[in-house]
Design a protein around this ligand. Structure first.
Ligand SMILES: Cc1cc2nc3c(=O)[nH]c(=O)nc-3n(C[C@H](O)[C@H](O)[C@H](O)COP(=O)(O)O)c2cc1C
Length: 392
């Protein structure tokens, strides 16, 4: 399974090998709940090579075949490789979910989510709280790897630095994941406590790269431009980059990343008509994603409006109407009112976008930090805990 693109001699990095999958341009679209569905992934894929991960799906909900979970793991026929991110707190459910993906031929790559910092998740010991319980982490990862190996499907893990600066887990968890047979480890250079605040710690990414010389390490956090991605590669030595918020409202960032990774300097500088046409197409593609439910598609596109138009002089009245849009016809009408002569505004559209904020208390199960082993109560909780959730 190989992208058709050949890397030019000026390429920044060699292809990323994940088991049988060759990711020719080692750029990964970060899984983002509520964002990286088939519609958004298609827009991104059209601009460049890479690996495009879907939104996380809860293992339990998947095994129970909840319609929303089956929607989340959908891929378009031309989407290769099909990448699915699983969230799970328990090895048994992880095993069932991976087996289901394998037996029903629903994925070519599986990523495991150990980075989610939202209270609903960490309170149950999941996401970024989980690697602290290192034996539980090992059991989940090795179960996933074992089940996926039956179809030669590579498994990767995505994690944060740890719970907080006093409870860092990334080096130990990285080594355990490697020893369990993962194809690569991705690190978001923040702790759970940091949520999306401050700056991602790229030096931690460099440390992980040095600590795991034998498998690919992927760096994640605060890549807002192709230049940032190149800097991350140069500063940390990673084998690939994972890009999240930087592409919200800017799927063409993947074109810029492709160019930069090919050693070229051309970049997208979209004028307002291009942005507005992309938003419209995004909305159109959300309708089939929601099985023809136009209302749901419009609700979904609303959250993208501010990202698409960040830095463009779109009046506040029009913005307000766009974020309450109810029908495709109304959306077309509103976009038609934009001043089509507005060009690329420059710096105003660049830089950070999406979630930010300040550090937050990490909600954890009782006595979670007292030991890296599970106590009896925690073991019981984990068995029952597979929450129905979404978020990063
Ligand atoms: C809206 C949103 C949803 C997210 N959902 C997920 C998710 O489902 N799984 C996951 O591993 N990370 C999730 N994340 C985290 C991102 O994958 C990424 O690690 C994080 O945003 C840092 O990368 P960035 O600085 O490039 O955005 C989410 C982030 C955002 C902003």
């Amino acid at each position: 399974m190989t992208e058709t693109l050949q890397r030019p001699a000026s390429a920044l990095l060699p292809p990323l090998q994940l088991g049988p999958i060759t990711v020719t341009t080692p750029v990964i679209l970060a899984p983002m709940a509520g964002i990286t569905n088939t519609a958004f992934r298609r827009l991104c894929r059209e601009y460049g090579g890479g690996l495009y991960v879907n939104e996380m799906v809860t293992a339990r909900a998947l095994v129970e075949r909840r319609p929303e979970s089956l929607r989340i793991i959908k891929h378009e026929p031309d989407e290769v490789p099909r990448s699915v991110q699983l969230y799970s707190v328990d090895p048994v459910t992880t095993g069932h979910a991976v087996r289901m993906l394998v037996e029903e031929d629903r994925a070519d790559h599986i990523d495991l989510n150990f980075g989610c910092p939202v209270p609903k998740v960490t309170r149950k010991g999941g996401g970024s709280a989980l690697p602290w319980k290192i034996r539980l982490f090992e059991a989940i990862v090795s179960t996933a790897v074992r089940e996926a190996a039956k179809a030669n499907i590579p498994v990767t893990v995505k994690m944060r630095k740890g719970i907080d600066e006093d409870h860092l887990t990334y080096i130990e968890a990285g080594k355990v994941a490697r020893d369990s047979g993962v194809a690569a480890v991705a690190l978001h250079g923040r702790t759970a406590r940091q949520h999306y605040s401050g700056q991602a710690d790229w030096s931690a990414i460099a440390t992980l790269r040095e600590s795991l010389p034998d498998i690919p390490v992927l760096g994640n956090g605060d890549i807002w431009s192709a230049e940032d991605a190149v800097r991350m590669v140069e500063q940390t030595g990673v084998d690939g980059v994972v890009v999240g918020r930087g592409c919200q409202g800017r799927p063409w960032l993947f074109g810029d990343l492709q160019a930069a990774f090919d050693g070229r300097e051309d970049r997208h500088r979209p004028d307002l008509p291009m942005v507005s046409a992309t938003l419209l197409r995004h909305a159109e593609m959300l309708i089939p994603y929601f099985d023809g439910d136009e209302r749901k598609a419009m609700q979904d596109i609303r959250k993208h409006v501010a990202w698409y138009f960040k830095g463009y002089p779109v009046g506040s009245a029009l913005r307000t109407q766009l974020v309450t849009v109810e029908t495709m016809a109304q959306l077309q009408d509103l976009l038609g009112q934009l001043d089509q002569s507005i060009g690329y505004p420059g710096e105003a559209v660049e830089g950070p976008r999406g979630r930010a904020g300040s550090p937050k208390k990490v909600h954890l199960p009782e006595d979670w930090l007292e030991s890296q082993e599970l106590n009896e109560d925690q073991r019981e909780m984990i068995k029952a805990a597979e929450v129905d959730t979404s978020g990063g």
